[in-house]
Write a protein of this length. Sequence first.
Length: 282
Amino acid sequence: MHYSTKIILIFTLLSRANLSISMNITIINNCHETIWPGITATNTTLPGGGFVLKPGETAIYTTPPVWGGRIWGRTGCSFDKNNNGTCQTGSCGTSLICTTPGTPPASIAEFTLSDTAFYDVSLVDGFNLPITVTPIQGKGECSIAGCDTDLMVSCPPELTFRSDGKAVACRSACNVFDSDEYCCKGMYGNPVTCVPTNYSKIFKTACPVAYSYAYDDPTSIITCSTTDFVVSFCSPRNQTQQCSYHDNKLVCNGSTRSKSTAYIWSLFMLFVPIIIQTQIIY
Ligand SMILES: *[C@@H]1O[C@H](CO)[C@@H](O)[C@H](O)[C@H]1NC(C)=O
Ligand SMILES: *[C@@H]1O[C@H](CO)[C@@H](O)[C@H](O)[C@H]1NC(C)=O
Ligand SMILES: *[C@@H]1O[C@H](CO)[C@@H](O)[C@H](O)[C@H]1NC(C)=O
Ligand SMILES: *[C@@H]1O[C@H](CO)[C@@H](O)[C@H](O)[C@H]1NC(C)=O
Ligand SMILES: *[C@@H]1O[C@H](CO)[C@@H](O)[C@H](O)[C@H]1NC(C)=O
Ligand SMILES: *[C@@H]1O[C@H](CO)[C@@H](O)[C@H](O)[C@H]1NC(C)=O
């Protein structure tokens, strides 16, 4: 098993004005099904995460001030009381709490956070759920990244990933055919020779603001200064209403919605994961 990764070029990492500020990523499940988000840090000495999120539920993930990592959703999971089990898509081994990246196919939200935030959604390892990444109250070029359409509708049969006979995800061409051309390796291992293919173009058409292959160009350069993000599963990108946890308050945009439950999940601040259940209205 291998994990293809997108190459991020970071030209400048400005010195962070206040290194004591941690960042909060609010994770929302707007899907009709239960999902099990997984989190891993790029620096593998930092702990990862994983938890269940029912439809309409929200979790807050507090990162250290400088953090890089990925967040994805697992589907069709079944875990026992020891948090051991498997998922139809996105499994990180057999554990609820992830220490390794998810098994493709999975759509992935990627972050490199310090003074300036770099973020994107990658379909380089395939697609399992729509994900959008929305910065809250950021300064700079802070557009919404991600894929909000159901790519399954346009997934060709040879890429369709099935579980119990049901189409549950769309694999990347690299993952299926493992060729140099589709995987941007060998003589295709640079941005000049690795160009869009008929398969990556299907991904790009369905999800223009997500990475469709390893050397895909971001649709816009995102250089945003912010401390809060919303990672939303199955939400439209044009949705104006978003909520995020900021300075011990919930900051929301847009119209009133039904009540839902938030888990304040603060792994890094207290080292041991704790879950506090609160009621929020948004
Ligand atoms: C990874 O995190 C550990 C613990 O915070 C830190 O000591 C180490 O320098 C980090 N490594 C890198 C490459 O950032
Ligand atoms: C954990 O779950 C996997 C998959 O369901 C199973 O193969 C394995 O035996 C389980 N391990 C333990 C310790 O229960
Ligand atoms: C993509 O191109 C390959 C060969 O160039 C061809 O075999 C395949 O059928 C094409 N697939 C689609 C979905 O166009
Ligand atoms: C968002 O886009 C969807 C379809 O793309 C459309 O039906 C909906 O009206 C849009 N919502 C807003 C608030 O623009
Ligand atoms: C929240 O509302 C403000 C003011 O209306 C707007 O500038 C900002 O872009 C909105 N943020 C989101 C995430 O929709
Ligand atoms: C992040 O959330 C924590 C509570 O989990 C809160 O204490 C802190 O102020 C928040 N940080 C920011 C920058 O909003």
